[in-house]
Design a protein around this ligand. Structure first.
Ligand code: AVI
Length: 323
């Protein structure tokens, strides 16, 4: 096989910045205030998220990584030779390496991420570490309608969508269904989906994962305001907001908020945004699933269960589905 060691092609679908200004203003002018979690991932936010993944309390990464390490050989047998591996929300690509080590004949690896700098840096590193692998990143906001490149320039046997990390949990249930339908289209008939799903469990375990002792999750949440200051010329005083995260068992989700410590007015350019004392910006939902419910949702959206791997405590599942 030829040796590359660099990014072979790059598709930039230009997800920001026009969307950023528009969506931030719309989110802060509505009641209750909310911002989409996809905006966490600027350079600093991506770094902080990588730190979260190494926290003792954040069991998700540790458990999922363990499942991938234990079962990667079996996963690779399902995936087969010369597949096109498409990873959504690829971030730093640490989990990807576990799979790649078992997939020497992959046709290409396609990381898809909204954060361009982070995507290109991670893709470059990966291309250097796997010089025989074609790495072809796509910068896109996959929470919106997007035209996925057809990649007809090289031969592959099947498409495999990899969506680890329980990132599906950051979608509302209807959005999650929409994503799964989109993934079924992208994977095409004969394709596969390998997806990580965080499961419902003891609420104290979940609460701790989103309220770590070192305050990394708080910094990650507050960084969104810093980003709005830097990129949109706003005047948020980060000392006047605090992190709040709690698991709501009735909805099966963690809600993350930024709470205004006092009544105040923040400006984004010409626009004044009033806050009451204690008013919050809802910045993220992180849904936890029942395995049976998740499998039903997958079935409704065109996916047939092939295999599900779980840890002994039943904290996390990695599922393999076929379309
Ligand atoms: C990326 N996503 C799955 C993380 C989660 O757990 O919902 C983001 C995160 N938010 C706070 N901590 C981690």
């Amino acid at each position: 096989r030829p040796s590359y060691g660099y990014i072979v092609s790059f598709h930039d679908l230009h997800p920001t910045p026009a969307d950023f200004r528009e969506e931030v203003l719309a989110g802060l002018l509505r009641t209750p205030k909310s911002l989409p979690p996809k905006f966490f991932y600027d350079r600093r936010g991506s770094e902080l998220f990588d730190e979260i993944c190494q926290l003792e309390e954040y069991y998700l990464t540790r458990v999922e990584t363990g499942l991938l390490e234990r079962h990667a050989a079996e996963m690779a047998r399902f995936i087969g030779e010369e597949a096109l591996l498409i990873e959504y929300g690829s971030g730093s690509g640490r989990k990807t390496r576990i799979l790649l080590d078992h997939l020497p004949s992959l046709a290409a690896y396609v990381p898809v991420d909204i954060s361009k700098e982070h995507l290109l840096a991670a893709a470059t590193e990966l291309a250097q570490a796997y010089p025989c692998l074609r790495v072809t990143p796509v910068c896109a906001d996959y929470t919106r309608e997007m035209e996925f490149p057809d990649f007809e320039e090289f031969f592959y046997r099947r498409r495999v969508v990899f969506f680890p990390g329980s990132t599906i949990g950051n979608f509302t249930p209807p959005e999650a269904e929409m994503f799964l339908r989109h993934a079924a289209e992208v994977a095409r008939p004969g394709g596969l989906l390998l997806i990580g799903v965080d499961l419902k469990k003891d609420p104290t375990v979940i609460d701790a994962a989103y309220n770590d002792g070192q305050g990394v999750t708080a910094a990650f949440n507050l960084n969104l305001l810093q980003r709005i200051n830097t990129e949109l010329g706003a005047d948020f005083d980060l000392r006047l907001f605090e992190h709040r995260a709690f698991y709501d068992p009735a909805h099966g989700r963690v809600e993350m908020h930024l709470v205004s410590r006092q009544a105040q007015t923040v400006h984004i350019g010409e626009t004044a945004i009033p806050f009451a004392a204690g008013e919050t910006i809802h910045t993220e939902d992180s849904y936890k699933y029942d395995l049976a419910d998740f499998e039903q949702m997958a079935a409704r959206t065109g996916w047939t269960r092939q295999m599900v791997w779980q840890d002994e405590q039943g904290y996390f599942a990695v599922g393999l589905f076929a379309v």
